[in-house]
Design a protein. Structure first.
Length: 223
């Protein structure tokens, strides 16, 4: 009987990506650039949340945004209308970005000249959580219409994120969404996760969210 070689490709891919992600962070630290990886399901209000955040912070920070999608450039155009640097990253059918792709995007956008770069990852609660992009902080957005059980169904997403934005709280009266339960479920996965209930439509809750983001950015860039 012939010997069969078994190669654990998944472990190899992750290990290689983790090394590349560490290199990305080292460069970001040297450049004094803060990179946030923003993840969520499609339709959570990710781009709308980001646009409001940019408008509130762009006078205090030089900001760039990398929009990741399988195809199209609608979100990148929307972000560019806020007046900050924006590029579109096409993943070629992949449902996530890895550290190598992120590095290409950072080089293209000229991240060394920016204080804050936001990577708006592909809309998906599974794949993006598995790959370290080299970001300094990971943030998940969960919207009220999606339900409060998402941290139970997609635990890794909430384990790898340092903060969770609960968006669309303006529609809470119309959905069976339990705020206490979603916070409980998220903290079961990650006791240290910061939680920010907001409405990207009305602006409610944005002060606390933006104060946290400013604090994290300032600490990283040494302001």
């Amino acid at each position: 009987m012939k010997n069969v070689r078994v190669i654990e490709l998944k472990e190899s891919v992750f290990a290689s990506n983790d090394r590349e992600a560490d290199k990305v962070r080292e460069q970001l630290k040297e450049d004094k650039t803060f990179l946030m990886n923003l993840m969520s399901s499609p339709g959570s209000g990710k781009t709308t949340t980001l646009c409001r955040t940019i408008k509130d912070l762009k006078d205090s920070y030089s900001i760039g945004v990398m929009e990741a999608d399988i195809d199209g450039d609608v979100d990148a155009i929307t972000i560019a209308e806020t007046g900050v640097s924006s590029i579109q990253l096409h993943t070629g059918g992949m449902c996530h970005l890895d550290a190598g792709m992120t590095k290409q995007g950072l080089d293209e956008i000229g991240s060394s000249d920016l204080d804050l770069v936001v990577l708006e990852n592909v809309g998906n609660l599974v794949c993006p959580a598995e790959f370290d992009t080299g970001a300094v902080k990971n943030v998940a957005i969960l919207s009220v219409p999606e339900g409060h059980d998402k941290p139970l169904k997609y635990p890794l997403m909430f384990q790898v994120c340092q903060a969770m934005i609960i968006n669309k709280i303006d529609v809470l009266p119309y959905f069976d969404f339990d705020m206490k339960k979603v916070e409980e479920f998220a903290r079961e996965r990650n006791p240290e996760i910061r939680i920010f209930p907001v409405s990207a439509k009305t602006g409610e809750g944005f002060e606390a969210w933006e104060n946290w983001l400013k604090e994290q950015t300032d600490q990283w860039i040494g302001r």
